[in-house]
Write a protein that binds this ligand. Structure first.
Ligand code: FMN
Length: 589
């Protein structure tokens, strides 16, 4: 389950060496007493490491505008590690002398990490990355040990049950599994951090100049992970997308249904609704705001608070419980919003202060969008970091993938298209500049999810939400090429006008899909007005259905067997309860 990272320079070897030493230390002196090396490593080294790292990052908080996302990520990680420690202390029940020893060892490690973070930040992150890999391996061995009755499968401590929301009857095995998943996530994050930190620039003296290197895609793995050639499978056969296996090539398109709470927390009926549709190859869950500023309509879900993340976790768990795969669409509405929804009732933000002819809905009913204000340059970095944090939360909630919403006239689309972007800085003007925000967001979220678990959605000719471009062919060719080079999982295109005419403006979608894949992208995904015949005859890899999924939880079965479809009720599309949501009937077999 774990791909070990190979060292590629001297500092990586140093990091490995220290990891090996810690491992030897844990094995030799402590593991007999505490049952397993994993627990020992965790207890003495991980927590102080995180705390030292956090301390440094917090100190830099005021100076480093662009590092805010990492701070949030590392804070979460530190809290996570602290919970591992508390849990295993509850399980191992060390005596007071041993607790003293742990404290002493922690103090030692704290200083060690502190020095490392100040002078060799890259090595520090690399070390933590290798260390977490070691932990994943150790926890796997620990799990086997407990499964084979070599260690007692004791009841999970209450703090672990509360923190990971385990069942009340959870045992040690369940705890080890969640901790192991946490560690795999930490390994990923720290290696990515090490990859992106430019060691020369990131020193204690020169911390202001921290830079993240642009990542170069690795085509060799991208091609290995490519989707099974669709030509050899029907729409209904199982396939794979990157490392994820799918029941079929049918995707549930993202559909805003406004059933979350007013504070954007996903509800129990959402878990029912999505799990009913788990027979789709992939569910793309509805557009979900990455911040309060990113919200444009009442009752849409968010993924920036803990409560929202936990709400989504319930949805994901229920879909996974039925074997389904689920992706989250990350959303910032930009100018398509209202002062009532914005933090401090400020104006919504946009690349340029141009109001769209569009409406949104509030608790009080439908309303015109508010006058937007132009984003200051420094605010753009904050939005990028909000995306990174949202991806982190999505991963925490267990989503298999994420999709960046760059369609339908929302923030990213507003930056892309020249009818809404009149900026004269590096985010406006040329195609390269207008696409910069999207590319930066992709780079940010790829520090959380591997690229083969990231997709993006575009609507090259859709005018939805009052948006236009003078040269969509050229603009989206650039986007497809650049994001193809990043070996992303899929490019999802709304062909034509969203929910309307598929040929509103002439556009060669096949060429666009080819461009994405020729450059290293894994799969093409098409949407808009697809029915059984069109979907079965298309050459794209994946076909997304929107409205048909609203009324047909068993859409895949119905399509495959040529059965009639339920009619959707438009009045219950947005907002309300189970009615017109999770109460559509399955076909009576
Ligand atoms: C009720 C409703 C909600 C939608 N919400 C979203 C959304 O959250 N994100 C998005 O990218 N598209 C959204 N769309 C667009 C759909 O994903 C899809 O592009 C559109 O319905 C056309 O596909 P179809 O002909 O298969 O329905 C929504 C469409 C409808 C009807």
């Amino acid at each position: 389950m774990l791909e070990r990272r190979q060292p590629d320079n001297a500092s990586d070897y140093v990091a490995i060496l220290i990891t090996k030493f810690l491992r030897f230390f844990a094995d030799t002196f402590f593991s007999k007493r505490y049952g397993h090396r994993a627990v020992v490593l965790e207890t003495v080294a991980a927590v102080p490491g995180m705390v030292a790292g956090m301390w440094i990052h917090l100190k830099c908080l005021r100076k480093m505008q662009s590092d805010r996302g990492w701070i949030k990520i590392l804070l979460d990680e530190a809290e996570n590690e602290r919970m591992h420690l508390m849990t295993f202390i509850e399980i191992a029940k060390p005596n007071w002398f041993e607790r003293g020893l742990i404290l002493f060892a922690q103090a030692l490690f704290w200083h060690f990490y502190f020095i490392l973070y100040v002078f060799f930040p890259r090595t520090a992150h690399r070390l933590v990355g290798y260390f977490e890999e070691e932990a994943v391996i150790s926890y796997t061995a620990y799990l086997e040990q407990v499964e084979n009755d070599l260690s007692l499968n004791v009841a999970a401590p209450q703090i672990a049950i509360n923190y990971w929301k385990l069942k009340p009857e959870a045992r040690l095995i369940d705890v080890i599994k969640v901790v192991r998943d946490d560690e795999a996530g930490h390994a990923d994050v720290n290696h990515k951090l090490a990859d992106t930190i430019d060691e020369d620039k990131h020193s204690a003296k020169n911390i202001k100049q921290i830079e993240y290197k642009k990542e170069e895609p690795d085509f060799s793995t991208a091609n290995k992970n490519n989707i099974n050639a669709h030509q050899s499978t029907t729409l209904y056969n199982s396939t794979s997308l990157g490392e994820i296996s799918l029941f079929n090539r049918i995707v549930m398109a993202p559909l805003t249904r406004s059933r979350a709470t007013v504070s954007g927390v996903p509800t129990a009926i959402m878990a029912d609704y999505y799990s009913q549709r788990a027979s789709a190859g992939l569910i793309i869950a509805e557009a979900t705001q990455i911040s309060q500023q990113g919200q444009g309509y009442s009752w849409t879900p968010g993924i920036y608070t803990e409560e929202q993340t936990n709400g989504w976790k319930n949805v994901v768990d229920k879909v996974h419980g039925r074997g389904g795969k689920i992706c989250l669409q990350l959303w910032h509405v930009g100018r398509i919003s209202h002062t009532d929804l914005q933090p401090g009732n400020q104006n919504p933000v946009a690349p340029s202060a141009i109001k769209a002819k569009a409406s949104i809905w509030l608790q009080s009913g439908s309303a015109e969008v508010s006058e937007p204000r132009e984003l200051e340059l420094f605010e753009i970095g904050t939005i990028v970091e909000d995306y990174r944090q949202a991806a982190f939360n999505a991963k925490k909630a267990g989503f298999d993938m994420i999709e960046i919403h760059a369609a339908n006239g929302y923030l990213i689309d507003q930056f892309l298209r020249d009818s809404s972007n009149k900026r004269s800085d590096r985010y406006g003007g040329s195609i390269e500049n207008r696409a910069r925000l999207l590319l930066e967001i992709i780079d940010a979220v790829s520090s959380i999810y591997p690229n083969n678990r990231i997709g993006f959605r575009i609507g090259p000719t859709s005018n939805f939400n009052d948006i236009n471009d003078s040269n969509p062919e050229e603009l989206f060719a650039y986007v497809a090429t650049q994001l193809g080079k990043k070996a992303l999982a899929y490019m999802h295109a709304i062909e034509g006008q969203t929910g309307g005419d598929r040929q509103n403006i002439p556009f060669n979608y096949d060429k666009l899909y080819s461009l994405f894949k020729e450059n290293g992208g894994l799969a093409s995904m098409a949407n808009n007005g697809y029915d059984k015949d069109l979907a079965e005859s298309t050459t794209v890899d994946l076909v997304a259905f929107g409205v048909p999924f609203i009324a047909n939880p068993d859409l895949v079965y119905r399509l495959e067997h040529g059965l009639p479809l339920n009619e959707p009720d438009q009045a219950t599309f947005y907002g309300g309860d189970e009615k017109g949501y999770s109460d559509y009937p399955f076909y009576d077999k």
